[in-house]
Write a protein that binds this ligand. Structure first.
Ligand code: 5RP
Length: 219
């Protein structure tokens, strides 16, 4: 089954985690786009969504789903989002779509983080996918040098600005055998806004779609 079919299938499986008449945290990316479509198609009753990107906000509104601000919503019960990679401990690399900062904020403010992926995203050790790091623009070169010092090969995602007005460095070649420590180390570099490692706050539930169906893993 093509990857896109698995993305649709896992997005539909995630509907079971949505509490009716609640405020739902909604991530970003092609898998989440299928989730938004499924919510609209199945007429899932939501009070509103808290969105992790302008792209998702646009899609939600186009489908008649109200969007509210995290400051008004308070603690969310459920956040659903995709990932670029996941390991067996539900630790993730995110930010392929550049929305990592708002995604990390919503994950932190949510009681249950449900991550939806197709099986191609599951790895033994994180790091084949380049690690996105959002940086304040004036710190881009400085942060890049620090990342080289950590053994990485940062590449500036040219022609891309995040919803927060910042730049992204995609870092290749990092050794991510200890993602919790690396997340803290990169967080400490001046000028880093967010690192796309979700290891300190991993997913709580992981739904993995393959041709054989959707598997569920819990932390
Ligand atoms: C965006 C993300 C996405 O969750 C990640 O890139 C996965 O995207 P897709 O569902 O399109 O494969 O982190 O910042």
């Amino acid at each position: 089954m093509p990857q896109d079919q698995n993305k649709i299938r896992v997005a539909e499986a995630a509907l079971n985690y949505i509490e009716e008449d609640s405020v739902l945290g909604v991530g970003t990316g092609s898998t989440v786009n299928h989730l938004i479509d499924a919510i609209a198609r199945e007429r899932v009753r939501l009070d509103a969504a808290v969105s992790s990107s302008e792209e998702s906000t646009r899609r939600l509104k186009e489908r008649g789903i109200a969007v509210t601000d995290l400051n008004s919503a308070g603690q969310l019960s459920v956040y659903i989002d995709g990932a670029d990679e996941t390991d067996a401990h539900l630790r993730l690399i995110k930010g392929g779509g550049g929305a990592l900062t708002r995604e990390k904020i919503i994950a932190a403010a949510s009681t249950q983080f449900v991550c939806i992926v197709d099986e191609s995203k599951v790895v033994d050790v994180l790091g084949s996918f380049p690690l996105p790091v959002e940086v304040v623009p004036m710190a881009r070169s400085y942060v890049a040098r620090q990342l080289v010092g950590l053994g990485g090969r940062p590449e500036w995602r040219a022609d891309f600005t995040t919803d927060n007005g910042n730049a992204i460095l995609d870092v290749y070649n990092l050794d991510i055998t200890d993602p919790v420590t690396l997340e803290s180390t990169i967080n400490q570099i001046a000028g880093v806004v967010t690192v796309g490692l979700f290891a300190r706050r991993p997913a709580d539930v992981l739904l993995i779609a393959s041709d054989g169906g959707v598997k569920t893993k819990r932390r």
